[in-house]
Write a protein that binds this ligand. Structure first.
Ligand code: ADP
Length: 636
C-alpha cells in the first residue's frame, strides 16, 4: 500500500465518445425564433386577439424564471407576485410619476430592483425548506400586497394603480421603431421573450444549472459532495425575481397601466398552475400553460359566454391535466416521443454538452489529487469522540487515527455505532464531545460541504443519488464541486468548458466500471450499479480520504466479488476507511481493522489479529466459535 502524499492516479487509457446525441447548437433557439415569427402571420387568421398573445408572452417570460426556481431547483414559491409587482411598479413609477422618458431603461431598473428585493426575500425564505419555504413565500407576498396598498399607496397609486405607462420606442438613427399596442407591441415582447429563453437555456446548461437540478433531486447529497446549496438556491431565487420583475414591468407597458392586482396571491397561484399545466423543468412549460389558460379563458368567457362558470371549467381542466399528465403537456409529449423511439433519457440535456470534441481536446490529467498541506502526522485523528441521542449513546469516547495511504476496515454488530461514527467524521452530525482533525486541521463542527471541499467525503449506506439524472450527470455534479469549489456563479459557461471536467467524469466512470452506462438515468440502473455509482460520486469529488459506508450492502455474492475487485483497484494510492458487514471481503481488503461494539472501540489490529481475538468472537458469536474463518459474516 502506498503511503506517499501525491495520489497519482493513472489517466484514463482513452476517452470514449459519449453515446448520446450531440447537442445541436441553437436548435431550440431557431425553432423558437421561427414560431415567434410565424405567430403574427398565422394567428390573426385563426381569430386570436393580439392582447391575448401578448399576455401569454408576458406570463411566459414571468414563468421562465419561476421554472428555473421550481422546475429546475425544486423550490415551490407562492410569492412570485411580490417580485412581479416590485419590478412592475418601479418601472411604472419611473415612467409615470417620475417622468423618466426611457421605457427600456425603466424596465431594466425595475428588473434590477426586483432582483435586489428577491435577494433579500430569498435570504429569509430559504432559511427553511419544503412546505415551510412555500408558506413563508405566501406570507411575504401578502406583506408586499399590504405595503403596496397602504404605506406605499402614494407611490403605487393604491387600488387605482398607475395609469399612463408609455410604450417603448427604439431610435435607430435613420428611423425610430415605435411599439404601441396589440400586434404592434408583439415584436417587442417576442424579442424580449426570445432573449429571456436564450439566457435561460444558457443558465440551465451551465454548471450552475446542473447544480440547481442536483439540489432538486437530492439536496443532502448536493451539499455532501461539496456544493454550497444555500447560496445556489438564493441564486435561483434572484434569477426568478429578475424575470418576474421584467415581466411585471412589461405588464404595465402592455396595458398602459400598472394594475394593483399584480401583487395579489392570485397572480402567484396562476403562475404555479400554468407552469404545472405546461410542464415544469422545461422552460417553455409556463408559456404553453399560459396559452392553454388564457385561450381557454377567452373561449369560455367570450365564445361560450359561460360568465363566472369559466373558472369552474378551467379548474376541472387543470385537475384533469395534472392527474393524467404528471409532468404537464410538455412532459406528456416527451414521454410519448420517448415511448415511440423506444428509449428513455434523463430529463434534460445539460451534461450532454460535454461532447466528444471537448473530450478530444482536453488531454489533461484528471484532477484526482489536491494540494496536500505539509503535514506528516495521521491523515485523520478522532479524540474522545462521543455522540448521544437523548439517552442513547451511539458513540462513546472513541480515539481513532488513520495514516495516509492506509486502508482501514471498521466492523461491528448492528447498532454498534459505525454509521454514526462516519457521520461525525464527515461532519454530517456534530459530536456531543470530542474532536476530529483532518490533515492536522481541526474540523470539528465544520459543515459537511466544507469538509468535502477539504478532501474528506463518504459514500452512503443507503444510496444518495440524483435519481432522475443520468450516470454521467451524477458523477459530473460531484466533479464540479471538486473543480470549481463550493460556489461559483458561472451561469453562462458551458459544461464542456469547465477545465478538467470531461477527464474527471470519464475517469471516475472507468474506476467504478460504469462507462457503458454513462447515459442511463439512475432510476434504470440495477442495484449493484447504483452501489458502484454511490462510490463513484464520492470518488469524483476527489477526496484525499474516502469513507465507504457498507459499499457491499445488499449485493449478490457475484456482485460482491466484482465490487471487492473494484475497491482494490480504487484503493491504489488512496486512503480509505470501509465499514462493511461482509467480514470475509473486509479482511481481504483492509490492512487494519477497528471493531466497534456498543459505541466503543473494542479492539483494533490486523485482519489476522482480529480473526483470532477472543473479544471479537465473543461480540459476534458469543464465543462459541474458535475463530472467524472464511464463512464468518456479521450477524445483521
Ligand atoms: P450501526 O451503523 O453500527 O448499525 P448506528 O450508528 O446506525 O449503528 O446506530 C448506533 C446507535 O445509535 C443505535 O442504537 C441507533 O438506534 C442510535 N441512533 C443512530 N442514529 C440516531 C438518531 N438520529 N437518533 C436516535 N438514535 C440514533
Amino acid at each position: 500500500m502506498s503511503t506517499g502524499t501525491a495520489r497519482a492516479i493513472p489517466p484514463p487509457t482513452r476517452l470514449r465518445e459519449p453515446a448520446t446525441l450531440r447537442q445541436r447548437p441553437f436548435f431550440v433557439e431557431t425553432i423558437l425564433a421561427l414560431v415567434l415569427i410565424a405567430v403574427p402571420l398565422v394567428l390573426p387568421y385563426l381569430g386570436s386577439a393580439p392582447n391575448t398573445v401578448n399576455r401569454i408572452l408576458v406570463w411566459g417570460l414571468f414563468g421562465i424564471g419561476f421554472d428555473i426556481l421550481f422546475g429546475y431547483t425544486g423550490l415551490l414559491s407562492f410569492g412570485q407576485s411580490a417580485l412581479y409587482g416590485t419590478g412592475g411598479f418601479v418601472a411604472a413609477y419611473l415612467l409615470t410619476r417620475a417622468g423618466f422618458p426611457y421605457v427600456i431603461l425603466a424596465l431594466v431598473i425595475g428588473t434590477i430592483a426586483a432582483a435586489a428585493v428577491g435577494y433579500l426575500v430569498g435570504l429569509i425564505a430559504l432559511k427553511r425548506t419544503g412546505i415551510y419555504f412555500a408558506m413563508i413565500t405566501v406570507a411575504i407576498a401578502e406583506v408586499f400586497y399590504f405595503v403596496e396598498f397602504n404605506p406605499l399607496s402614494e407611490w403605487t397609486g393604491g387600488e387605482n394603480g398607475l395609469p399612463g405607462v408609455p410604450t417603448p420606442s427604439i431610435p435607430l438613427g435613420f428611423t425610430t421603431l415605435h411599439f404601441s399596442t396589440g400586434w404592434s407591441l408583439y415584436p417587442f415582447l417576442a424579442v424580449v421573450y426570445f432573449l429571456g429563453i436564450v439566457l435561460a437555456l444558457r443558465i440551465v446548461r451551465s454548471p450552475v444549472g446542473t447544480i440547481f437540478r442536483a439540489i432538486r433531486e437530492n439536496p443532502l447529497r448536493a451539499a455532501a459532495v461539496g456544493h454550497n446549496i444555500h447560496s445556489y438556491k438564493v441564486a435561483a431565487f434572484v434569477i426568478a425575481a429578475a424575470y418576474a420583475g421584467l415581466a411585471g414591468g412589461l405588464l404595465g407597458v402592455m396595458q398602459g397601466f400598472m394594475p394593483p392586482e399584480a401583487f395579489t396571491f392570485d397572480t402567484s397561484g396562476q403562475l404555479v398552475i400554468q407552469t404545472a399545466i405546461g410542464g415544469r423543468g422545461t422552460l417553455f412549460g409556463p408559456l404553453l400553460g399560459a396559452g392553454v389558460w388564457l385561450f381557454l379563458q377567452d373561449f369560455l368567457q367570450g365564445t361560450l359566454k359561460l360568465g363566472a362558470a369559466w373558472k369552474l371549467v378551467l379548474g376541472l381542466v387543470f385537475v384533469l391535466l395534472v392527474v393524467f399528465l404528471h409532468n404537464g403537456i410538455i412532459g406528456g409529449l416527451k414521454s410519448l416521443y420517448q415511448h415511440v423511439r423506444g428509449r428513455a433519457n434523463g430529463d434534460t440535456v445539460a451534461i450532454d454538452t460535454i461532447d466528444a470534441d471537448a473530450a478530444r481536446t482536453s488531454a489533461r490529467e484528471p484532477h484526482f489529487r489536491r494540494d496536500v498541506p505539509a503535514f506528516s502526522g495521521p491523515i485523520l485523528k478522532a479524540t474522545g469522540l462521543s455522540k448521544h441521542y437523548g439517552g442513547v449513546i451511539a458513540n462513546a469516547d472513541i480515539d481513532f487515527s488513520v495514516n495516509r495511504g492506509e486502508l482501514r476496515g471498521i466492523i461491528g454488530p448492528n447498532g454498534a455505532g459505525k454509521s454514526t461514527f462516519f457521520k461525525m467524521l464527515t461532519c454530517e452530525v456534530s459530536p456531543t464531545s470530542g474532536s476530529i482533525t483532518f490533515e492536522g486541521r481541526d474540523i470539528t463542527g465544520m459543515s459537511v460541504t466544507d469538509v468535502c471541499q477539504l478532501g474528506l467525503t463518504k459514500s452512503y449506506q443507503v444510496n444518495q443519488l440524483f435519481n432522475r439524472l443520468t450516470v454521467r450527470e451524477n458523477v459530473a455534479i460531484a466533479a464540479l464541486a471538486a473543480l470549481r469549489g463550493k460556489l461559483k456563479l458561472d451561469m453562462l459557461r458551458k459544461m464542456a468548458n469547465v477545465p478538467g471536467l470531461v477527464d474527471q467524469v470519464e475517469h471516475t466512470l472507468e474506476l467504478v466500471n460504469l462507462t457503458g452506462r454513462r447515459d442511463t438515468p439512475v432510476s434504470q440502473l440495477a442495484y449493484g450499479e447504483k452501489r458502484r455509482l454511490e462510490v463513484g460520486l464520492a470518488l469524483a469529488s476527489s477526496p484525499t480520504l474516502l469513507l465507504l459506508d457498507e459499499p457491499l450492502a445488499g449485493m449478490s455474492p457475484s456482485e460482491r466479488v466484482e465490487t471487492v475487485k473494484l475497491l482494490k483497484s480504487i484503493a491504489q494510492g488512496r486512503t480509505m476507511i470501509i465499514i462493511d458487514h461482509d467480514m470475509d471481503s473486509l479482511f481481504e481488503l483492509a490492512e487494519r481493522v477497528t471493531v466497534l461494539q456498543e459505541g466503543r472501540v473494542l479492539v483494533e489490529g490486523t485482519p489476522e489479529e482480529i480473526k483470532g481475538n477472543a473479544k471479537v468472537q465473543e461480540a459476534y458469536l458469543g464465543g462459541v466459535h474458535e475463530g472467524l474463518g472464511d464463512t464468518a459474516e456479521a450477524v445483521s
